[in-house]
Design a binder for this molecule. Structure first.
Ligand SMILES: Nc1nc2c(ncn2[C@@H]2O[C@H](COP(=O)(O)OP(=O)(O)OP(=O)(O)O)[C@@H](O)[C@H]2O)c(=O)[nH]1
Ligand SMILES: [Mg+2]
Length: 404
């Protein structure tokens, strides 16, 4: 082989290596998950620092570069006209495998186009595996938060013996989750604390996503932007009647509260959705909160903050088994003007055992829905969908009776 040939081959090999490196770097990962180095208690820290100082310096440099890339790639939330919005999932580490189906569904049907962030919250530190797997699926930034202990424990005014007696009684009566402590912390957290988590402070709108849910149809508009542009504060897909035994005194406490604070009820509130007798009793209708798209500022506002505090002091999260769904729903119905609460007929959705499936054939085909309209729950007897349409004078689809 001639010397010039050998040089040429060496040159070609070096060039190929450089090109390959550039290719790998430029491809990168579309996720912006960077293990946090924050010391803050509420956010998770990264792996332990490496012992070798040279390795530590190299890692630090890599991390800084990576963070720069994050900043460059994803503008600050709310800047440049993009609405400050995030998905939020409360989950345990063992929920990972049932949650990823939900994430994939939301990403495929909606978020891959819009790349909104996703906040994950847990009462225990998330595992590296949880972070690695979820961040690979989300097209926006992913953030992982630890819930402060005081938001996930018995408040000091709760009588623990009384709470234990309730759990025993509910267990005997076979009330679902009736004997669970963690379920109660979860309901109280979703009712009164998730929107206060520091990772949510950057955001105005949220969409709650639970494990094992499905989005049935393409969503080709930015639903958060739509909420903002149309001045909607709360959006739902499924509504139904609550299990009365879990909320025996919730309405009584609500009546006491609104008597003390009539100023929190706008004139055009939706009392007629939650009460059939002008507020004397609760008809059990509520929005199913495993799906929620809402404005965080509504929960952060004075009316809801005072309402939650009243309920929390009354103790029904522990002495009964109040769910976040009736609590949120009663608040949305009473403290918002009715036109700020929105039903999404177009968001095909499933959480066991109910479906929201568009009953308009043309819509379903155009949006590539994968659900059977016969399963749609909206106009069935146990649903509160008919009531929502009636009290708000919304036109029902022409074929609704075929699905009632
Ligand atoms: N971190 C944490 N998350 C929880 C806990 N319990 C429930 N969750 C989450 O809270 C949400 C509601 O819990 P689910 O178990 O789905 O409650 P549910 O929807 O009433 O009941 P299912 O019909 O079983 O789905 C889900 O996102 C769960 O992942 C818990 O103890 N810790
Ligand atoms: Mg669930």
């Amino acid at each position: 082989m001639a010397r010039s040939d050998a040089r040429l081959i060496r040159f070609a090999a070096v060039a190929a290596a450089v090109l390959l490196t550039i290719f790998i770097l430029s491809k990168g990962s579309t996720t912006t998950y960077v293990p946090s180095t924050s010391n803050n208690n509420n956010q998770q820290s990264s792996n332990a620092a490496p012992v070798d100082p040279a390795l530590a310096a190299a890692q630090k440099e890599k991390q800084e570069k990576s963070e720069e890339k994050t900043k460059a790639k994803t503008p600050a939330v709310g800047s440049g006209g993009k609405v400050a919005a995030t998905f939020v999932s409360l989950a345990r580490n063992q929920d990972l495998w049932s949650l990823i189906g939900s994430i994939r569904s939301v990403e495929d049907r909606f978020n891959r186009q819009f790349k909104h962030d996703w906040v994950f919250l847990n009462d225990e530190p998330f595992t590296e595996e949880f972070k690695r797997v979820t961040s690979a699926l989300v097209s926006g930034n992913t953030k992982y938060g630890l819930i402060p202990k005081e938001h996930w424990s018995f408040p000091e005014w709760i009588d623990l013996e009384k709470a234990a007696a309730t759990r025993e009684e509910m267990k005997k009566n076979k009330i679902i989750y009736g004997d669970s402590i963690s379920y109660r912390h979860m309901c109280r957290y979703e009712s009164g604390f998730f929107y206060r988590h520091e990772l949510l402070q950057d955001y105005e709108y949220y969409w709650r996503v639970e494990p094992d849910v499905k989005i049935y149809c393409d969503i080709d508009y930015d639903i958060f932007q739509w909420m903002k542009d149309n001045n909607k504060q709360y959006g739902f897909t499924i509504s139904l009647h609550e299990y009365a035994a879990t909320i025996e005194t919730l309405w009584q406490e609500t009546r006491t509260f609104i008597k003390e604070h009539p100023e929190y009820l706008p004139a055009d509130n939706m009392m007629d959705f939650v009460s059939d007798d002008g507020g004397f009793s609760y008809n059990l209708c509520h929005f199913w909160s495993n799906f929620e798209i809402g404005n965080l500022n509504f929960w952060r506002g004075k009316a809801y903050s005072d309402y939650f505090e009243h309920l929390d002091k009354a103790g029904g999260f522990f002495y009964e088994r109040w769910g976040d769904a009736p609590v949120h729903s009663i608040a949305a119905a009473l403290f918002l003007p009715r036109d700020q609460v929105h039903y999404f007929p177009d968001v095909g959705y499933y959480h066991v055992p109910f479906h929201n499936c568009p009953i308009d054939d043309k819509f379903r085909l155009e949006h590539k829905c994968m659900c059977n309209p016969k399963d749609d729950f909206t106009f069935r007897g146990y649903s509160c969908g008919q009531k929502f349409h009636t009290v708000n004078k919304l036109e029902k689809p022409s074929n609704w009776q075929d699905y009632s």
